[in-house]
Design a protein around this ligand. Sequence first.
Ligand code: ADP
Ligand code: MG
Length: 461
Amino acid sequence: MERQLQLGDNDALVALQQAWEKTLDVLSTQVNRPSFESWIKPVIPISYEYGVVTLGTNSRFAKHWLETKHLKLIKGMLSAHLGEDLEVHLTLLDGQSTDDEIHAISPEVEAVIKPNDEKIYLPLNDRYTFDNFVVGPSNRLAHASALAVAMGPGKTYNPVFIYGGSGLGKTHLMQAIGLHILKSKPDTHVAYISGEAFTYQYVTALREHKTQEFRRKYRNVDVWLVDDIQFIAGKERTEEEFFHTYNALYDTKKQIVLTSDRAPRDLKLDQRLLSRFECGLVTDIAKPDLETRMAILQKKAEAEQMYLSDEVILFIARMIRSNIRALEGALIKLHAYSSLMKTSVTPNLAAEILGQYFGEQTEGPVDAESIQRVVCEKMNINPDDLLGPGRTKELVLARQIAMYLARQMTSASLPAIGKIFGGRDHSTVLHACNKIAVMLQQDRRLSELVEELAQEIRSGG
Ligand code: ADP
Ligand code: MG
């Protein structure tokens, strides 16, 4: 790389810090106090370079919540204070779990659910309604079964199992069920929980010898929504407890809805649990086709009161094919740019703005080992050296790219990635990720290389 990056440049950081404090003032008026204290206050401004601000959050939940609810405001505020149209990235500064079963659990859960209080659920996002869900061939069956369940919980299909790749609407549909039921029958006890949070609660209960209490909390649940149960699969004791709760609720005809990133038979599940899932309704959500992607863009643009010509919509829909979350991200980016620059969005502008951020997005699980393998092959590096201490220019770059890809393409935490890369510290991984993210925007050849690597990894190396 020709240019030496000045990570952590002091003046820039000071300016960022000041701008962040102003942003905090505004956010504190927009968000309720507990949320502000738990998820916004712990955010740490990490770097500000080349028009890119990186903010560190303490949990995956906080990251997700900020990204979905407040990123626009944050971007706007920071851009206004720092005097340029900024790109804002949130990155995870996580964890230290040692216990095998809570490994990779984010502290989010800690913030939302104290093990001792009565809550056994996470909040629902009020945007995830059926009204806001665009139906197409890829999700028609999943949508229909979700709607049926929402209208008659416990009466039709039980359980409903929805699976599919990341960013295709599983969480949205699941929460739509919860919101719909709460709206029509506010007394219903709807418990929405992620597989991760369930695991955390259970492991905590176990450690504190409170498993009886843990079970009791599930007695009055009417609708049990468990998101991303792949997290539970294969964790022996948690799975056992899940089975127990599942049966207790199922036997009393409570509605159960589950989501996962893969089909039940592909989860490493206990046979008994598998057969229970399979006797309900199992549906998948596939990648949306072009028309559905266009309809989604149309709908989101309307919601943002943003005008986009059909030509632009078609262009974006062609460009981003496999992930609805990425479609949304593209729109927000364009919206921010066009309102800041006071220009309307043309296909050319869209190409320019989006081209650098969105190649085809990833789907399905990718493991760090295949990332390492592909990076070594393509960059002509000896695998031992990749993990070793060597610090030649080529080696450092390859290592950082591989870490960056591991961060982007897998769900591994920073410490976990550090471990896989020869036992490095999580701050080393964070540094690598930030550095590559910044370089990608500066260096076209590098971004082509990284995109090629990602493609290769996705296609199974
Ligand atoms: P998953 O849980 O499958 O990873 P999400 O439910 O979180 O995906 O969806 C990602 C984003 O895409 C969310 O903001 C969601 O509202 C949006 N989304 C997904 N599918 C649709 C759809 N059919 N219509 C409108 N928005 C959608
Ligand atoms: Mg989800």
